[in-house]
Design a protein around this ligand. Structure first.
Ligand SMILES: *[C@@H]1O[C@H](CO)[C@@H](O)[C@H](O)[C@H]1NC(C)=O
Ligand SMILES: *[C@@H]1O[C@H](CO)[C@@H](O)[C@H](O)[C@H]1NC(C)=O
Length: 623
């Protein structure tokens, strides 16, 4: 450890001031300052002014350089996921991590927790701000519906169990009936069993914003029952992440993150206002059902190739799969699609009661898809809007961001969020107005279908609350030491808590498969019910893909839909076009530059089998 003393520019100024003041308070002979002394003071005042000017210039340049980096990042790609942690390398670049490795966005299961959604560390870009999250493992929580209090959240209500299931006394009958509901959901057939009130989609999103923050403290961005920032202050966090970046190492608990700080503005030309970037992951229960057919796969050749050459169907059954929200009937580009509808249900930092209208520069911000001239509530997320007066090129429809496809923004009134202001003057400069606004940015992450499994408790196993409470911990108290879930009265858990959330009869599923090292779910465990009977049960939390349900199959519960940063890059756009042409050659025949009209031709398909993978070679005499 070293003690270092640094003389900052500001420090020097204060010293100079101090010297000045002490000189002035010195008794002066005969009340007359001699000329040399007066000159000395005036020189020092000049020096202070010059230092002030220099601080102002340097601070302005500092802001300009931050802005330069942001602007470059903005045009390098869209707001979206950029990278996950690399854990292995290969002989081909596509064998190591990008935004996807074993799973997309490092998603995994913590189904033994009541409402925890497994998601690892991510590098994300939001409106040109690149940052790295901690290990996320977020909870199914939503912004407050009743207050605008900063950061206030509510637990999302789990869907009920269909009465048709509960009416059966025999657990076997309940299981059989419950399977029918899962089957109806799988088939999207609500004619006999209307599954829609019991299988409810939530849209989880990642949100970022600049905050006023004391660098000597830290604001935990959002609750996780598994992870938190392991730092005493923002400054401490920055030093720790700098060290791991410098050494290439990592925190074993993945509790560091890189969240940038920035000089946002200068007060009186010399006092910098430091802003701290922060983010959170929350969810929103969608107002209507989202049919499964609205979720369409996005091909990812890197993911398919790194897993040994998976077909599209095989890929869709893995944790690497990504989806997009499909808008019925849409083929071409558009100003507004189904994702816009879904995102517009989500409020910014003012929570659900938030209501803000925006008439910056005298143009009223209007909703894109409404006929009224009722202003848009900009406290909710949107990326396309209309303005009441025509813009420079007569355009009335506007898209947020210069080059960003996914810049969903919402305004807020929270003083905690750093504002920026801008002055605009009327043409003849008769009147100037200062507009001050605060914004946050968001991208969609995933659609999660909550199911009746969260509440279904046919064995009547007592739930003892949050695992962190005294009551929650009693499930481990046993006559023969700590209970661990074994199959006898003394070792089976005495009820469940938020982290030992096992209440689904084992018979409902077959064996749990598709494991990831980050998963914490035990296949099957034993818990005492209210009558002290030992019950064999499975985890009842949320999973990417549910274990096999006999007669129903393996159903996906989480549909990741996050955009990818690189997709905004020109090369990626060209590459996607190339992928479509190459992988659907008959559809895009005319794209081949030297192609003749299709004539009779021969396909030779060679299969080559090895111990680990199947290679597939295709030759064609003509396209
Ligand atoms: C900025 O200058 C004004 C006018 O001189 C002064 O009233 C105000 O306190 C200053 N602000 C700060 C933060 O020093
Ligand atoms: C289980 O916990 C409850 C509540 O703490 C307690 O009353 C009961 O005796 C416990 N059962 C056993 C078998 O330890």
């Amino acid at each position: 450890p070293r003690n270092t003393e640094k003389m900052t520019l500001l420090g020097k100024m204060f010293l100079l001031l101090f010297v000045n003041v002490s000189l002035l308070t010195k008794p002066i002979d005969g009340l007359l300052m001699n000329a040399a002394f007066r000159k000395q003071i005036s020189d020092q005042l000049k020096q202070i002014r010059s230092l002030e000017t220099n601080i102002n210039l340097l601070s302005i340049q500092l802001m300009a350089q931050q802005f330069y980096v942001e602007e470059q990042t903005r045009s390098n790609g869209n707001s979206g996921l950029k990278h996950v942690r690399t854990s292995r390398h290969g002989i081909h670049p596509y064998q190591s991590a990008s935004h996807v490795d074993n799973s997309l966005a490092s998603i995994h299961d913590h189904a033994n927790n009541d409402r925890t959604i497994g998601m690892g560390e991510l590098v994300v870009v939001l409106n040109g701000i690149e940052f790295r999250t901690r290990h996320n493992d977020y909870r199914l929580r939503m912004k407050s519906r009743s207050t605008t209090n900063y950061g206030e959240v509510d637990d999302i209500e789990f869907p009920d169990v269909p009465p048709e299931v509960k009416q059966h006394i025999d657990v076997k009958d309940q299981i059989e009936e419950m399977r029918q509901w899962f089957k109806a959901w799988r088939d999207q057939d609500y004619s006999v069993r209307d599954y829609r009130p019991y299988f409810k989609p939530v849209l989880c999103y990642l949100e970022g914003y600049w905050t006023h923050s004391d660098q000597n403290s830290i604001d935990e961005p959002f609750d996780s029952d598994r992870h938190h920032f392991d730092a005493s202050s923002w400054y401490d966090l920055q030093q720790k992440i700098r060290f791991t970046s410098y050494s290439g190492g990592k925190d074993g608990f993945e509790n560091f993150g890189y969240l940038p700080t920035s000089v946002m503005k200068l007060i009186n030309g010399t006092i910098p206002v430091l802003a701290q970037w922060n983010y959170d992951i929350l969810c929103h229960p969608l107002s209507e059902d989202l049919p499964l057919s609205r979720l369409q796969p996005v091909d990812d050749l890197k993911a398919r190739m790194s897993k040994g050459g998976l077909s599209m169907n095989e890929y869709m059954e893995t944790r690497a799969a990504r989806y997009r929200i499909d808008t019925p009937g849409q083929i071409h580009s558009t100003n507004w699609d189904l994702l816009d509808d879904l995102m517009s249900e989500i409020p910014g930092r003012d929570n659900y009661p938030g209501h803000i209208t925006d008439n910056i520069f005298g143009d009223t911000t209007l909703p894109f898809n409404a006929d009224t001239d009722e202003p848009l509530n900009v406290a909710y997320y949107h990326r396309t809007y209309r303005v009441s007066s025509a813009g420079a090129m007569g355009l009335k429809v506007r898209h947020r961001g210069f080059s960003d496809e996914n810049l969903f923004v919402a305004q807020t009134t929270q003083p905690k969020v750093v504002s920026l202001d801008v002055e605009s003057c009327s043409k003849r400069k008769y009147q100037c107005t200062v507009w001050e606004q605060r914004w946050s940015y968001a991208i969609p992450l995933e659609i999660i279908y909550m199911t009746p499994l969260s509440k279904w408790n046919p064995y009547d196993i007592p739930y003892r609350g949050d695992s962190r409470t005294k009551e929650g911990k009693t499930i481990f108290d046993g006559p023969k030491g700590r209970r661990n879930g074994r199959s006898n009265k003394n070792k089976a858990y005495n009820g469940t808590n938020s982290k030992v959330y096992y209440q689904t009869p084992t018979e409902f599923f077959n064996n749990e498969i598709n494991r990831d090292p980050a998963d914490t779910t035990k296949g099957s465990t034993f818990v005492l019910d209210a009558g002290n009977n030992v019950r064999q049960v499975r985890a009842s939390g949320h999973r990417i893909i549910l274990p096999n349900i006999p007669d129903v199959g393996k159903l996906r519960q989480r549909y990741p839909i996050m955009p990818i940063h690189g997709e905004g890059d020109a090369v990626w756009k060209e590459l996607e076009a190339l992928k479509d042409i190459l992988l659907e050659p008959s559809k895009f025949q005319q794209m081949f530059r030297d192609s003749d009209p299709v004539e009779e031709h021969v396909h030779t398909i060679e299969f080559e089998t090895g111990p680990f993978k199947i290679g597939l070679g295709i030759t064609q005499t003509s396209f």
